[in-house]
Design a binder for this molecule. Structure first.
Ligand code: 5GP
Length: 190
């Protein structure tokens, strides 16, 4: 997706050989015009599928997931990372190792919002080692839902998550796939 790649080149900050900061349009401040295009592009790529629900993880997955949900006319559910006073029982839960924070979070979704009748797409801002996606897949499987595939805004294809999960049969559509962050430069796969 050219608009997204241009934005990454213009505003992305390479923090190390493995970490890209995009907090001016995705991870802190959000560019709604770009997110609208992200939602439309993901809906286009999955136009061959029936999708009843969009599943993501707080907080940075929520913007792209919501714009996709708007195009699809489907509800968006986000897994919570923190225990909440109002989210106590009847939960689907999974443990996720956070790439950026280097800690393990238990993520949870209320059983009220996912069921075996759902056809789910999983959305996240980044795909690195695939831990967040695996946690969300686990939760969707606990619900007995059909998983249509995943949609990722920025995949770091030099890390192992995408390849591993595709080998396991998961369809993953990523809108920008980074080949390298070496020498402070962002290089994309074609
Ligand atoms: P994974 O679970 O695939 O290892 O990493 C994906 C998760 O870690 C995403 O939810 C994302 O929030 C975070 N993440 C991974 N790599 C990066 C990165 O380079 N930059 C930012 N901002 N977040 C990242």
């Amino acid at each position: 997706m050219k608009l997204l790649k241009d934005k990454i080149q213009q505003e992305g900050k390479v923090l190390s050989d493995v970490v890209l900061k995009v907090d001016s349009f995705l991870n802190h401040q959000i560019d709604p015009m770009l997110m609208q295009e992200v939602g439309e592009e993901l809906a286009n790529r999955y136009s061959d599928e029936i999708i009843t629900k969009v599943l993501t993880i707080e907080s940075s997955g929520i913007a792209p997931a919501t714009f996709l949900g708007l195009v699809l006319g489907a509800p968006v559910v986000f897994a919570r990372k923190r225990k909440s006073l109002t989210l106590t029982d009847n939960l689907y839960s999974a443990k996720v190792h956070s790439f950026t924070k280097n800690e393990v979070n238990e993520i949870s979704v209320s059983q009220n919002f996912l069921s075996a009748d759902d056809r789910i797409i999983i959305i996240d801002d980044f795909l690195a080692n695939g831990e967040a996606l695996k946690g969300l897949l686990d939760i969707a499987q606990q619900a007995g839902a059909h998983i249509v595939g995943a949609g990722i805004v920025i995949e770091k294809g030099f890390q192992k998550g995408g390849e591993q999960l595709r080998q396991q049969g998961l369809r993953i559509e990523s809108l920008a796939n980074i080949k390298s962050l070496a020498n402070g430069k962002v290089e994309f796969f074609d």
